[in-house]
Design a protein around this ligand. Structure first.
Ligand code: PGA
Length: 250
């Protein structure tokens, strides 16, 4: 199965000129990597122009956030149908940085359901802020998962992609240990299966947090994940190209 790489550009780069250059490098990396499915998530204001200009099939687009309402008085927001109209096929939901700005489990519950209903793939981000010996982080992640999936029809469970991103490993020096990720992947599937049924066995799980070309292979081999969500490295053309070729060679 192809590895998935979500390139989360966050609020970068500063100009559309730079965005076009970065996209060109991303497109090249995607086109030379048959075994990797790349999902690019540029800032919403750049997205449409990049996506309509792209004629290939190797990569797809995601919006970094979208509102659950179909339209109306929500200044500064983008709707899921607007994202779909801009040729997005996925939407990132509940990224740690958005949760930090106030997005709640209740918001993610609504967003995941709306995304599925209109045909976007929800990439639901979960992850604890800190870890403790007593394992409270498992309970924290369980609550995020239970809420996020609460309105998902059983048949659609496998269409949700989970991005597990421990907040302490985002923007950090190194990622989580791959064996700990493996343990978390088992926990994530078990949580969904126990609560919502067998569809949980077929979930795709990504890891995110300080992934680069030097640690991506180890995470893919031993982390029990289907792919990676990449922040900083996705806006560095050379490093991103190196990362994609590591995954392509697995
Ligand atoms: P990072 O970000 O790769 O820069 O750690 C990951 C993320 O926040 O998605």
């Amino acid at each position: 199965m192809k590895s998935i790489v979500v390139a989360n550009w966050k609020m970068n780069p500063a100009t559309f000129k730079e965005a076009k250059k970065l996209f060109e490098a991303t497109r090249k990396a995607a086109e030379s990597a048959k075994n990797v499915a790349i999902v690019v998530a540029p800032p919403a204001i750049f997205l449409r122009e990049l996506s309509v200009g792209y004629k290939g099939k190797r990569l797809s687009f995601a919006v970094q956030n979208a509102h659950y309402e179909a339209g109306g008085a929500f200044t500064g927001e983008v709707s899921m149908s607007e994202a779909r109209d801009a040729k997005c096929s996925s939407v990132i939901i509940g990224h740690a940085e958005r949760r930090g700005m106030g997005e709640s489990n209740e918001d993610t519950r609504k967003k995941v359901a709306v995304a599925l209903a209109i045909g976007l793939t929800p990439v639901l981000c979960v992850g604890e802020r800190t870890r403790s010996q007593s394992g409270e982080h498992f309970e924290f992640v369980r609550e995020q998962l239970v809420a996020g999936f609460a309105d998902v029809p059983p048949a659609k469970i496998p269409r949700v992609v989970i991005a597990y991103e421990p907040v302490w490993a985002i923007g950090a020096e190194r990622p989580m240990n791959a064996r700990d990720m493996h343990e978390m992947a088992i926990f994530i599937r078990k949580t969904i299966v126990d609560r919502y049924g067998q569809g949980g066995m077929n979930l795709k799980i990504l890891y995110g947090g300080s992934i680069d070309e030097s640690n991506a292979g180890e995470m893919m081999r031993n982390g029990d994940v289907n792919g990676l969500l990449v922040g900083r490295v996705s806006t560095d053309a050379a490093k991103f190209t190196a990362l994609v070729s590591v995954l392509d060679a697995l």
